[in-house]
Design a protein around this ligand. Structure first.
Ligand code: SF4
Ligand code: SF4
Length: 111
């Protein structure tokens, strides 16, 4: 269900309000990033749940990898993002809950 309505690169809702280390990465991710020499990703990981590593976040709960120079909603490492990022399927009920929360918050922000 990866259609225009659920275009992750223009959304990023589920990459916000993420507690430190809860967007988990898998052993395969670690092996791939080592192979890709993606040291900047490996250096940004923090201990997560279940003895796994996860992505670190800013103080406001936004994943360290969210936002590029031209697009605040795009993942900087989209092509090689981690296990938990893939596990959240665009258009799923979890995705829709994140989107509802984030876009409602945006609408309520004073202009
Ligand atoms: S999975 Fe859903 S909430 Fe997350 S970035 Fe993609 S469209 Fe947005
Ligand atoms: S790595 Fe990318 S897709 Fe995964 S939580 Fe961070 S910004 Fe979102």
């Amino acid at each position: 269900m990866d259609n225009e309505e659920y275009d992750c690169l223009s959304c990023g809702a589920c990459c916000r309000d993420v507690a430190d280390g809860t967007a988990l990465v898998s052993e395969d991710d670690l092996v791939r990033w080592k192979r890709e020499k993606a040291d900047h990703i490996l250096a940004a990981l923090v201990p997560g749940h279940f003895s796994q590593m996860g992505f670190g976040t800013h103080d406001n709960g936004t994943c360290l990898f969210l936002g590029t120079e031209t697009n605040p909603n795009a993942c900087q490492i989209y092509e090689t993002r981690g296990w938990a990022c893939h596990a959240l399927v665009p258009g799923s009920s979890q995705c829709q809950t994140y989107r509802k929360l984030y876009f409602t918050k945006l609408e309520q922000k004073p202009k």
